[in-house]
Design a protein around this ligand. Structure first.
Ligand SMILES: *Cc1c(COP(=O)(O)O)cnc(C)c1O
Length: 470
């Protein structure tokens, strides 16, 4: 053992004394620099212990300093950081679903960095509800008597079931016992909430009579869940919200409509069809409607509950509300998002999610051609092609809502498509595209205009034959 050349490894104190390492302390802090040096030296010791040869070039002060600085730079990159979404998938769950409008982002920023009247009526100085700011906006959007919001639609489902149906039966069609993704399964949520699931009908057929015959003395709720992430086709039948409301009225059972994606303006002109509007359920007479804030509403993550004031009051009094309530940043961003819907045409034009959906193919093609023109100057790209393709709204909510789109297809000269896309993902900013048939496809439907210069630079760096970072 003792014949191993440990003495060749520089002492930690020697490395710390190197001028470029000493200078790094000012930027990264002395503790972080010392840790990086120790880790680097430990790694060299491990190489020696394993009996492997240490190349002389690894032991020069310069080489050591370079590796220590690379370690520090790596560690300084935040784990969660901005990504250019060039997948074309508009509500990409892994990329944070909906980006919010600039005014919503600024509202969250101001809320984060200061104090605000979160629960204070500034006119009287007395305590107010943090939900007041968003209540009016949701009322305007849905036509509901009252509204409240929690952390996400899963939480909204739990608190609604708990408040209105704990220990009671909730009647749901077998065709709607879905899993949304991320282990959110309706039967499990029922169990968590203390409600008793009463399944009716079959996977493909549920009739009004199935609901009626299931109603008994212990029925707490009739619930409809919009099966947003799958389709049953062929021999099928389900009961519409109007008919469920009629049954509920007749038997004095509240009816809850989980519409999921939170579409607030009609987007059928842009190819988005078959999604219920958040106002549909309320207009039909449902007692409560629930939807997400960060799907088609285009706001921050939230679960919105709209409907009868007496039920909203009961929900807000539930002890779980304290655990599920929104924080000040989200409330500020949600209120700003709802405000944009006062002018629905502006909402479609400006809210990023709605803008992505409503951008015409002709405009996308123009942008792609312009980008392709800039990319053709990059020597390390073997080919740059603009072509028509298909994308999806996505978000685990509308995975089969296809939209026509245009992509820029790239082939790198020195890298295979997998290596190229990995390099794109690990760059700064990270770029996530799609790999298909030996090409990397970049879809500008989900790329903001302001990101295009960064996108070009990221592609240039990723396609280069030499490594970007040491
Ligand atoms: C997405 C979805 C949910 C879950 O919403 P989160 O905000 O992600 O918790 C619940 N129900 C339906 C129908 C959905 O589409």
């Amino acid at each position: 053992m003792s014949d191993r050349p440990y003495h060749l490894i520089p002492a930690v104190s020697k490395v710390l004394a190197l001028p470029e390492i000493a200078a790094a302390s000012a930027r990264f802090g002395h503790e972080a620099v010392a840790t990086a040096v120790r880790d680097e030296v430990d790694q060299l010791r491990a190489v020696v212990t394993a009996g492997q040869a240490l190349g002389d070039e690894r032991l020069t002060p310069n080489a050591l300093a370079t590796r220590v600085l690379a370690r520090l730079a790596d560690a300084a990159i935040p784990t969660v950081r901005p990504v250019i979404n060039a997948t074309g998938i508009i509500l990409h769950t892994n990329l944070g679903r909906s980006p919010v409008h600039e005014t919503a982002a600024l509202a969250a920023y101001e809320a984060a960095r200061g104090y605000l009247n979160l629960e204070m009526d500034l006119a009287t100085g007395s305590r107010s509800s943090r939900q007041d700011g968003i209540r009016a906006g949701i009322q305007a959007l849905t036509g509901a008597e009252s509204a409240t919001a929690v952390n996400n639609c899963a939480a909204a489902t739990v608190i609604v079931l708990r408040t209105l149906a704990q220990g009671k039966e909730v009647i749901v069609s077998r065709g709607q016992l879905i899993e949304i993704g991320g282990s959110f399964r309706i039967p499990d949520i029922m169990a968590t909430s203390g409600a008793i699931l009463r399944e009716v009908g079959t996977t493909n057929i549920t009739r009004a009579r199935d609901y009626e015959t299931a109603i008994g003395p212990n029925t707490g709720l009739i619930m409809r869940i919009h099966a947003s992430n799958f389709r049953v086709s062929g021999f099928t039948q389900s009961v519409g919200i109007d008919e469920l409301v009629a049954i509920g009225k007749r038997c004095q059972i509240p009816v809850v409509d989980d519409v999921g994606s939170g579409l607030a303006v009609d987007l059928s002109a842009f190819g988005l069809t078959g999604e219920p509007l958040v106002s549909d359920g309320i207009r039909a007479g449902a007692d409560l409607v629930m939807f997400s804030g960060d799907k088609l509403l285009g706001g921050p993550q939230a679960g919105i509950i709209a409907g009868r004031a007496s039920l909203i009051q009961r929900i807000e009094r539930d002890p779980l509300m304290r655990a599920f309530r929104l924080d000040k940043m989200t409330l500020a961003a949600l209120e700003a998002t709802l405000r944009l819907y006062r002018d629905p045409a502006r909402a479609v034009r400006e809210i990023p999610t709605l803008r992505s959906i409503s951008t015409p193919v002709s405009a996308l093609r123009e942008r792609c051609e312009r980008l392709a023109g800039r990319l053709r100057d990059i020597e390390a790209l073997a080919s740059v092609t603009v072509r028509d393709d298909t994308t999806y709204v996505g978000g685990g909510s509308l995975p089969d809502q296809a939209l026509p789109t245009v992509v820029v297809a790239l082939v790198a000269r020195h890298l295979g498509e997998t290596a190229f896309s990995t390099r794109l993902r690990s760059g700064t900013p990270a770029v996530v595209g799609r790999v298909k048939d030996q090409e990397v496809l970049l879809d500008l439907r989900t790329v903001f205009d302001r990101q295009e210069d960064d996108l070009v630079a990221a592609i240039r760096a990723a396609a280069a034959s030499h490594p970007v970072t040491p």
